[in-house]
Ligand binder design. Structure first.
Ligand code: PA5
Length: 466
């Protein structure tokens, strides 16, 4: 395992009595052990099929990789259509591993890098769609429609708009070659459409839920198009998976931080801030927010008891949010745990020059921007510790396929362990499904007439309007 985990600043003997007493580990050993066994016993079963993705035979990916590299050669733009778990994993990984200014590169630079522009469209804002249409040349644009259920209104709407335009631009026979479907094989509207229209189709295992799907074809297909080494990504995830399958909590980072977060919740820290100190990891916060919120925010526990649990995830970016949110974190309510993501070595660093005419900035000279960023992180960790606030730091030696794979696997196991510890169903999302059904009803989908009546009858008091 390449990632390092420092949880000193979670502990009472380091930050004072707002921290977690080290004795809690022993006191809760039985419950921790049961949560560990629960997750381990279910690896590869039911909704835990995600845990086996890093263990597949990597040569089984060769055919897909070859096909996607053909698309890479002919595409000027590659557009992913998806939402929630069908978008946030891909967004977080491409931000980490591709040039973050890829789409701003001139066509000549993209051509010599052999890469298309990449757009991941995870909303249905018509102005955004309009903007995209102004940017892409349909004749050389390829689309990957991703929906596990095959039924999500947002993704289907995007698909309908773009397939219609593509057919008009290049004709039906050619249009179908511009669309790749990623969905559950044999189920749902997208699968049926893909079969009918003859799209190249990739499956998502039945037991791989949206927010746990980044290492399935949901992520692997677009990553392969963009030339990301998906075997290394999976190998990194496998390495972390091995660490997360060790029963000793002191050697298992996901089990340890899951437990500490649950202890923090017991102490009233119901907000979990993810704060990377690297723009490349900025959207890891979005990935984390979804997996933590949708998996742990539950009304009932597994015994049917009303628990209304969950820790609200929040996003911050170092150093940007030092000048926006850190004041609240150090002096506001004791209701947060901050996770810092640190990077030892940046792929490119920039030296800060010394200017003999500007001695007011002497303290900066001889340093690099990367050093400054890391010094500010350490300073923020210190400020929080001094104020008795809980935080822990996950360090990536550098950002590459292997460390990103490790980070993703860590988040998945941490969530699974926390859910098991809280005795809730980590892998369902009844709150999201309810909204999906209400949308179908309001749009007049057949079979949702009763739901429409229910939505319409929801009480709305006329005096509460302005
Ligand atoms: O984690 C989940 O299950 C959800 O966030 C889904 O990913 C999201 O609702 C999109 O669903 P689908 O992939 O079926 O379009």
């Amino acid at each position: 395992m390449k990632l390092r985990f420092d949880y000193n600043n979670m502990m009472a003997d380091v930050i004072g009595d707002r921290g977690i007493d080290a004795g809690k580990l022993g006191e809760n050993a039985g419950r921790i052990g049961a949560a560990f066994e629960d997750v381990l016993a279910n690896c590869g079963k039911g909704w835990q099929e995600w845990s086996e993705l890093p263990y597949i035979d990597y040569s089984s990916l060769d055919g897909m990789i070859a096909k996607m590299s053909e698309i890479r050669k002919k595409a000027s733009a590659f557009v992913v259509l998806g939402i929630g778990g069908s978008a946030l994993g891909p967004i977080s990984v491409v931000q980490a591993l591709l040039d973050m200014r890829l789409n701003e590169q001139p066509a000549s630079a993209l051509k010599s890098a052999g890469l298309p522009k990449l757009y991941i469209e995870d909303n249905i804002d018509p102005e955004r769609m309009h903007g995209l249409l102004g940017l892409i040349d349909l004749k050389t644009t390829y689309f990957n429609v991703i929906t596990k259920s095959g039924e999500t209104s947002e993704t289907l709407a995007q698909f309908l708009v773009l397939y219609d335009l593509m057919k008009k631009a290049v004709g039906k026979e050619e249009a179908r070659k511009h669309f790749i479907a990623t969905t559950t094989i044999g189920k749902g509207t997208l699968y049926a459409l893909a079969q009918k229209e003859g799209f190249d189709t990739y499956g998502i295992g039945p037991g791989v839920g949206g927010r746990f799907s980044v290492l399935s074809n949901v992520g692997l297909v677009p990553f392969a198009v963009m030339g990301i080494d998906i075997k290394k990504l999976l190998a990194g995830a496998k390495e972390m998976s091995e660490a997360c399958r060790v029963s000793d909590i002191k050697k298992n980072p996901a089990l340890m931080t899951a437990f500490l977060q649950c202890m923090a919740m017991e102490k009233g820290a119901n907000i979990s801030v993810m704060m990377p100190y690297a723009d490349s990891l900025k959207y890891m916060s979005d990935f984390y927010c979804q997996i933590w919120a949708e998996s742990l925010g539950k009304a009932k526990d597994k015994d049917g008891k009303t628990v209304n649990v969950g820790q609200t995830p929040a996003k911050a970016l170092g150093v940007t949010d030092q000048h926006s949110q850190v004041q609240l974190y150090t002096e506001g309510p004791y209701d947060k745990v901050v996770t810092f993501l640190a990077v030892d070595k940046f792929r490119n660093d920039v030296a800060i020059p010394s200017d003999p005419d500007i001695d007011a900035c002497d303290f900066l000279k001889g340093h690099t921007m990367g050093e400054l960023l890391n010094a500010e992180r350490v300073a923020t960790e210190y400020a929080l510790r001094k104020a008795g606030r809980m935080s822990f730091t996950v360090t990536l030696p550098e950002v590459n396929e292997e460390t990103v794979g490790e980070l993703l696997a860590y988040y998945m196991y941490e969530t699974a362990f926390a859910g098991a510890y809280l005795n809730i169903n980590t892998f369902n999302q009844p709150g999201v499904e309810e909204g999906k059904k209400a949308t179908f009803a309001m749009l007049g989908r057949k079979g949702y007439e009763e739901k429409l009546a229910e939505v319409r009858s929801a009480a709305k008091k006329p005096e509460y309007y302005i």
